[in-house]
Design a protein around this ligand. Structure first.
Ligand code: SF4
Length: 479
């Protein structure tokens, strides 16, 4: 019988298939396992470690320390064998508790579980994990102990905030019954592409299955309600959507004259595995111009830019960012990229406006950069730059449909062959930037600038592919 664990319950809140695949892929917690214990009066310096050869040994060691009155056990292991439904099946439930503390609660001594989290917020899955821990301890001890989530926990185990847990037995029994049903099915549940797929380790395999099945979930920008409408109207696969006439798709609730051709083109793109052209590139895009992107941070409740990047259509990037200077200064990075340091965000805008002062269009990807210009640039700069802004993402996605589930610049440009360098995480770039400010580490600044450069170079790459293929009969990405 597959054991039901807290990680499986957490994943089950996201995707039944992932919970099934994770649980069947490996037998969790088979060992060896390391537990540690703290004894009252000796302090954490006397933390004692034990290495159990397997799960059963770790469970036995946990119970032994509890009988001996340990003050705190880290990585405590428990296992229960219980029926969960009306059948005569007995299920195995396992828990490995982050921190188990000996406390006095309503006049008696008991062991209270604590969930340790680095972030400052807990979610639904965390609540399910604590429910399970309390439920197991209550089954062993006769009544539910108090429980807490510790948030913002540092390397020394100190919490910035402690949240008492509101235990709900019905909730945990519902979750366990559902887990028993899903995890003991002979086959994995069907693929259902959702937001959580983006960070799932099974993403590639599930995506391949969805493509093979021609799943409607692959259609870009189509809501669940519209997908259900398509199915109800008899369009159950990408092939059926592609075979329909555009005006037939418009009969489905939620699909209008503007969206029907886009959905139709996207179904064809998925079926052929190639870009599909909806309409020629608009004139404003054909003359070229500047590619522009910015990075922001929050300061005193306001979002302001800390870095800007821009390049011409050939991809020669320039970067400016806020640094520890009184007036703008040019800094050469070891890799050769020159960066202009500016004292504040107004100065950043001025540097950018001066560099692109030729009246040509300024392309950006999605509406964010334009919104930040309107919210943070000095009025005189806004008046000059705002009329020149063109949303390349909007123009491109109205003209070309790609077999992709995302139209982020990373997804689109790498599909079209751009070799994205370094990481693709705005937050990683921000952390590197902060690290450079604190330490002066030039390699950290170089990584942050590489990210900014990739953002604008990739737009120029997409633009060039678009202009080369616009009007060509074949829209092969290699073209
Ligand atoms: S990729 Fe998506 S459907 Fe597949 S297991 Fe992960 S979350 Fe579930």
């Amino acid at each position: 019988m597959i054991p039901i664990t807290a990680p499986a319950l957490s994943v089950l809140t996201l995707c039944e298939r992932r919970a099934w695949l994770d649980t069947h892929a490996e037998q969790p917690d088979d060992g060896p396992l390391t537990l540690s214990v703290e004894w009252a009066g000796r302090g954490p310096a006397m933390l004692e470690e034990h290495r159990a050869a397997d799960w059963a040994g770790a469970v036995e060691q946990t119970r032994r320390w509890m009988r001996q009155g340990a003050a705190c056990i880290y990585g405590a292991c428990f296992e229960l064998h219980v029926p969960l439904d009306l059948s005569d099946r007995v299920y195995t439930i396992r828990a490995r508790i982050d921190r188990l503390m000996r406390v006095e609660h309503v006049g008696r001594v008991c062991y209270a579980p604590v969930l340790l989290r680095e972030p400052m917020a807990a979610d639904e899955a965390d609540r399910g994990v604590l429910d399970l821990w309390v439920w197991i301890l209550a089954a062993l001890d006769g009544s539910p102990p108090p429980a807490e989530t510790w948030l913002g926990v540092d390397a020394l185990g100190r919490a910035r905030r402690r949240l008492p847990h509101d235990y709900d037995e019905t909730r945990v029994l519902d979750a366990l019954t559902r887990a028993a049903d899903v995890l003991n099915r002979p086959d994995a549940p069907a693929v259902r592409l959702i937001e959580a797929c983006k960070t799932c380790p099974h993403q590639i395999a599930c995506h391949a299955i969805a493509r093979e099945d021609g799943a409607l979930e692959l259609l870009y920008g189509v809501s669940r309600r519209v997908r259900e409408g398509l199915r109800a109207a008899g369009f159950c696969s990408l092939a059926e959507v592609a075979a329909a006439r555009v005006d037939e798709l418009q009969m489905v609730k939620g699909i209008g004259p503007a969206t029907a051709p886009v959905i139709h083109a996207n179904a064809r793109a998925w079926l052929t595995g190639r870009p599909v052209r909806l309409r020629p590139a608009p004139d404003v895009c054909c003359s070229g111009g500047w590619m522009f992107d910015l990075e922001t941070l929050e300061r005193r409740g306001q979002i302001v830019p800390w870095c800007m990047g821009w390049c011409d259509v050939s991809g020669r990037a320039q970067i400016a960012l806020i640094g520890p200077v009184q007036t703008p200064e040019v800094l050469a990075l070891p890799g050769g990229q020159q960066v202009t340091l500016a004292p504040d965000s107004d100065s950043l805008w001025e540097i950018f406006a001066a560099a692109v002062d030729d009246g040509r269009p300024i392309f950006h990807w999605s509406g964010y950069d334009a919104a930040i210009l309107r919210a943070t640039a000095p009025p005189a700069i806004q008046a000059v730059l705002d009329p020149r802004l063109q949303d390349l993402h909007r123009h491109f996605t109205r003209s070309i449909s790609l077999p992709l589930r995302s139209t982020s610049i990373k997804a689109v440009s790498t599909y079209l062959g751009y070799p994205w360098p370094g990481y693709n995480e705005w937050f990683a770039a921000y952390l590197d930037y902060r690290y450079w400010l604190d330490s002066g580490a030039i390699d950290a600044l170089e990584r942050a600038c590489l990210y900014q450069r990739a953002d604008v170079e990739s737009m120029a790459w997409v633009w060039r592919w678009w202009m080369v293929t616009d009007g060509a009969p074949d829209l092969n990405p290699e073209a």
